[in-house]
Design a protein around this ligand. Structure first.
Ligand code: G16
Length: 548
C-alpha cells in the first residue's frame, strides 16, 4: 500500500462556525473539499503523527464515505492508531468520553448536529482536542488558515476498512480499531448516576417515559442504557434506529421538531417523562406531563440538586452558562456560594473552566447541558440526571420545577428564531443595534408607565479567566433594571442565509405569578425587541419561524 500526494487548491469558506465546518453535502462531495480540510487538521495538529485519534459520526448521509477517506489520510499522515465507532457511529459526548479515557491526541467527529441530513441536506466535521472538547478558536483559526494555503494532501491507496466488525485491522502502518460505540459511555453514566434507584423507578409501574432518538445517533445508546441496563419497558426509545436522513425529520429536540413527543406527554394519560436528543447526541429536551422544562431552568435545577446524585454528591465547584441562557442558574450559584460564569455561545468556551476545576456544571439555552465528566454537552447524561432526581425526590418533573421556582423565583424565558433570512439584512440589523447601544442606558422602553428602564446595553465580549483570550462581538445584550434582558445574535451553525435569534427573559419572584403562559408574560419585552431591532422592516418577517 502506497501513500499518494495529491495536488490541490484552496476552497473559500472553510472557516469553522460555532461548532466545526458545516456545509451542504454537495459541498463536501466536491473533489478535494473534505480532503483539504482534513489535511489542514493533520498539518496543524502535529501531535497526531505517531499518536492516536478517535473517529466517528452521527450516521448521517456521507458519514461512512468520509470515514473511509479520513482513515486513509490518517494512515498517510503517520497516525499510529484510530479508534473508530462500529458502523462509523459515535455520539459527540461518547467521542469526548473515549478521547479522555484512552488519552488520544484528539478526535474527528462527523456531524452537522441538529441540522437535517440526506443527499441535499447538511454534513459537518469538527476536531476535538486531547482534553476531549471542541477545538478552541486558536486551533480552528490555525486549521482555517491552513485551508487557505493548502496545495497538497496525503492519502493511502487502499481498500475500504470493514467498519461493521469490532476488532483491529491495519491500513499500512495504521492500526484501525473498530470499537463498541456505546460501552465506554454507558460505563461512565453508571458511575455518575444511581442506576439502582432509576431501575426501581421503572419497575414500580407508576412511572412511564418515552425517549425520542429522532432516528439519530442516540438510538443505540438509549436502548442499551434505558431499556437494557435500567429496565425501562421495550419501546421506551422511539425512532431508535439511526438513519442517514433521520427519517426525513429535523433532529432538533425542541417543541416544534419533537412535537410527537410533546403530544405523548400531553393530557391525563400522557407519559410522566419525555426526553429527546439531537443528531449527534449532545442536546437534550426534557418534558414532564404537560410540562416543558426550558434548558435554562434545567441547568438551574440540576445545579440546585446535584448532591442527590452519586457523581456530584460532594456538590459543585461552580457553574457556567452561555450569555443568552437565562440567569436562573446565577441565582442557584449565589445561594450555593459558588461562582457563576457567563460565556459566549459555544461549548468550547466552557473547556478551560472545566479543565481548571472552576466549574462542575454548564449549560446553554440551545438545549445543551453537561458537566466535567466529558468536554461536550451531553444529551443522555441530562436525561439520566433528571431520572435520578425524579427517583430521589419522588416528585414529578412539574413538581420539581415548581418547587425550584418557589425557592429561587422564575426566570420567564423564550427564544424566537427567524430562519433563512437574507444575510445582508441580518448583518444590517445587528449593525443598526450596535449604533443604538450607547444611547440606550437610562431610556425607558415600552412606555413610560410600566415600561422597562435600560440598565446596560452592549455587544458582549468575554475574556477567558484562565488563558486571557478575548472573544468580541458575541451578541447584543440589553439589560433592564430588575433583571429582564433582551439578547439578539446571529446563529453560527446554519448553512443557508442567516438565522436571527432573539432571546427574551424576565425575572418573577412572586410565586402567585409563576403560572402565566410564557409568551403572554413576556409580550411587552417581545414587542420592545421587535421594534428596537426593526425586525419586520429589515427581514420582511412578521413572525418568527420557531418559538421555544
Ligand atoms: C452548537 C454549539 C453550542 C451552541 C450552539 C449554538 O450546538 O455546540 O455550544 O450553543 O451551536 O448554535 P447557534 O450559533 O446556531 O445559536 P450544536 O448542537 O449545533 O453543536
Amino acid at each position: 500500500m502506497q501513500a499518494s500526494v495529491i495536488r490541490t487548491t484552496p476552497f473559500e469558506g472553510q472557516q469553522p462556525g460555532t461548532s466545526g465546518l458545516r456545509k451542504k453535502v454537495a459541498s463536501f462531495q466536491q473533489p478535494h473539499y473534505l480532503e483539504n480540510f482534513v489535511q489542514a487538521i493533520f498539518d496543524t495538529q502535529t501531535k497526531l503523527a505517531g499518536g492516536s485519534l478517535v473517529l466517528g459520526g452521527d450516521g448521517r448521509f456521507y458519514n461512512r464515505e468520509a470515514i473511509q477517506v479520513i482513515l486513509r489520510m490518517a494512515a498517510a499522515n503517520g497516525v499510529a492508531r484510530v479508534l473508530v465507532g462500529k458502523g462509523g457511529i459515535l455520539s459527540t459526548p461518547a467521542a469526548s468520553c473515549i478521547i479522555r479515557k484512552y488519552q488520544t491526541q484528539g478526535g474527528i467527529v462527523l456531524s452537522a448536529s441538529h441540522n437535517p441530513g440526506g443527499p441535499s441536506e447538511d454534513f459537518g466535521i469538527k476536531f476535538n482536542i486531547d482534553a476531549g472538547g471542541p477545538a478552541p478558536a486558536s486551533v480552528t483559526n490555525a486549521i482555517y488558515q491552513r485551508t487557505q494555503t493548502i496545495d497538497q494532501y496525503r492519502i493511502l491507496d487502499a481498500d475500504a476498512v470493514d467498519l461493521d466488525q469490532i476488532g483491529e485491522s491495519r491500513l499500512g502502518e495504521l492500526v484501525v480499531q473498530v470499537i463498541d460505540p456505546v460501552a465506554d459511555y454507558a460505563e461512565l453514566m453508571a458511575s455518575l448516576f444511581d442506576f439502582n434507584a432509576i431501575q426501581q423507578l421503572f419497575s414500580s409501574g407508576s412511572f412511564r417515559m418515552r425517549f425520542d432518538a429522532m432516528h439519530a445517533v442516540t438510538g443505540p445508546y438509549a436502548v442499551e442504557i434505558l431499556e437494557r441496563r435500567l429496565g425501562a419497558e421495550p419501546g421506551t426509545v422511539m425512532h431508535g434506529v439511526p438513519l442517514e436522513d433521520f427519517g426525513g425529520g429535523h433532529p432538533d429536540p425542541n417543541l416544534v421538531h419533537a412535537h410527537e413527543l410533546v403530544e405523548l406527554t400531553s393530557g391525563a394519560q400522557g407519559f410522566d417523562f419525555g426526553a429527546a436528543s439531537d443528531g449527534d447526541g449532545d442536546r437534550n429536551m426534557v418534558l414532564g406531563r404537560d410540562f416543558f422544562v426550558t434548558p435554562s431552568d434545567s441547568l438551574a435545577v440540576l445545579a440546585a440538586n446535584a448532591q442527590l446524585t452519586p457523581g456530584y454528591k460532594h456538590g459543585i465547584s461552580g457553574v457556567a452558562r452561555s450569555m443568552p441562557t437565562s440567569q436562573a442558574a446565577d441565582r442557584v450559584a449565589e445561594a450555593l456560594g459558588v461562582d457563576c460564569f457567563e460565556t459566549p455561545t459555544g461549548w468550547k468556551f466552557f473547556g478551560n473552566l472545566l479543565d481548571a476545576g472552576r466549574i462542575t456544571l454548564c449549560g446553554e439555552e440551545s438545549f445543551g447541558t453537561g458537566s466535567d465528566h466529558v468536554r461536550e454537552k451531553d444529551g443522555l447524561w441530562a436525561v439520566l440526571f433528571w431520572l435520578n432526581l425524579i427517583a430521589a425526590k419522588r416528585q414529578s418533573v412539574a413538581e420539581i420545577v415548581h418547587d425550584h421556582w418557589r425557592r429561587f423565583g422564575r426566570n420567564y424565558y423564550t427564544r424566537h428564531d427567524y430562519e433563512g433570512i437574507d444575510s445582508d439584512a441580518a448583518e444590517g440589523l445587528i449593525d443598526h443595534l450596535r449604533i443604538l447601544l450607547p444611547s440606550l442606558p437610562g431610556q425607558q422602553l415600552g412606555g413610560t408607565n410600566g415600561g422597562f428602564k435600560v440598565a446596560f446595553a452592549d455587544d458582549f465580549a468575554y475574556t477567558d479567566p484562565i488563558d486571557g483570550s478575548v472573544a468580541e462581538q458575541q451578541g447584543i445584550r440589553i439589560g433592564f433594571e430588575g433583571g429582564a434582558r433582551i439578547v439578539l445574535r446571529l446563529s453560527g451553525t446554519g448553512t443557508q442565509g442567516a438565522t436571527l435569534r432573539v432571546y427574551i427573559e424576565q425575572y418573577e419572584a412572586d410565586s402567585a405569578r409563576h403560572h402565566l403562559p410564557v409568551q403572554e408574560a413576556l409580550a411587552p419585552l417581545i414587542l420592545i425587541a421587535r421594534e428596537l431591532a426593526q425586525i419586520e422592516s429589515r427581514t420582511g418577517r412578521a413572525q418568527p419561524d420557531v418559538i421555544t
